[in-house]
Design a protein around this ligand. Structure first.
Ligand code: ASP
Length: 301
């Protein structure tokens, strides 16, 4: 038994403007302060990351669940993954529509099917079979995203990685270690702005958007998915945990992302010893963790 649980969460790595800083820190702080005490009382790391991500999915500040980006035709398509570091089991969904908590559908894929990954209409019909509520498409839309979509929909030179440099975009993720020493990770996103219909990014891809292995550590990534997938970012940090200090592992993988593929993004993680790690090469990354009973929230470098 460890006597301290661990929980670290992120709310996206972007050039988050000053006026959105408080909403990001409050959202991240809420997830930590609601979930950490339960982990400390013995809740499993899997339940911890699912519950933390559920709180962030419901918060319209973030690009996950409610508040997600709109694709090229103005629809919301959600991607999520959850992974258990004890067994390496994971479940994932992609291009899922009209469901508030895709990470919980991902968990059902893991626990109730022989598969690991369901997409699109198949993922939705599975979710309904599992008792999730199908929302009207408007229920996940926010005015912020509609206005942003109106602004970019006809821009000829628009590229999906531009918002990472210029606009707030906020995938969410959580990594936990429970009192048994088990690690788990969850990542959930609406993807990127004006993405093609059916586009899937790094977030639901095991190894890219998330990875957890009790023997290495666990990591959730955020940022420009097309670059993150090229370097299998989360698994790379986990592998680096074996022979580097936790923070160094995160920093060197972000450096590699930047130098090798001109990527943009950030990671959070916990190594097998329980040390926290984070790094990002965007202007800001909303993040927080609990250290010795204290809530630590940060957004700048
Ligand atoms: N990584 C996500 C994607 O490319 C977006 C993000 O992290 O904000 O779908």
């Amino acid at each position: 038994m460890h006597n301290q649980a661990r929980l670290i969460v992120h709310g996206g790595a972007w050039s988050i403007p000053d006026e959105y800083v408080d909403a990001h820190l409050n959202g991240v702080g809420k997830a930590l302060s609601e979930v950490f005490p339960k982990l400390q009382k013995g809740m499993s790391a899997m339940d911890g990351v699912e519950q933390a991500v559920n709180i962030l999915e419901a918060d319209p500040t973030f690009d996950a669940g409610r508040g997600a980006f709109l694709n090229e035709i103005g629809e919301v398509e959600l991607d999520a993954i959850i992974m258990d570091g004890q067994t390496l089991a994971f479940g994932a969904v992609a291009a899922l529509q009209n469901i508030l908590h895709p990470v919980s559908v991902a968990r059902k894929v893991m626990e109730k099917t022989e598969h690991t990954f369901l997409v699109g209409a198949g993922a939705l019909s599975f979710a309904l079979k599992m008792g999730f509520e199908e929302l009207a498409p408007q229920a996940l839309l926010t005015e912020r995203e509609l206005a942003f979509f109106d602004n970019i929909k006809n821009q000829k030179d628009f590229k999906t990685h531009h918002p990472f440099e210029f606009q707030p975009r906020d995938t969410v993720g959580a990594v936990a270690m429970d009192l048994q020493g088990n690690l788990a990770v969850a990542t959930s996103t609406g993807g990127t702005a004006r993405k093609l219909r059916g586009r899937v990014g790094d977030s639901p891809i095991a190894g890219a958007g998330a990875y957890a292995d009790n023997e290495l550590g666990a990591v959730s990534a955020t940022g420009w998915g097309e670059s993150i997938m090229k370097v299998i970012l989360s698994k790379r940090v986990c592998d680096d945990f074996l022979h580097k200090e936790a923070m160094d592992a995160a920093k060197s993988s972000i450096k590699y992302l930047e130098e090798r593929v001109k990527g943009l993004g950030g990671v959070i993680g916990i190594n097998a010893k329980g040390d926290y790690a984070y790094a990002f090469n965007t202007k800001r990354m909303a993040r927080g963790y609990v250290q010795n009973g204290e809530l630590v929230l940060a957004i700048d470098h």
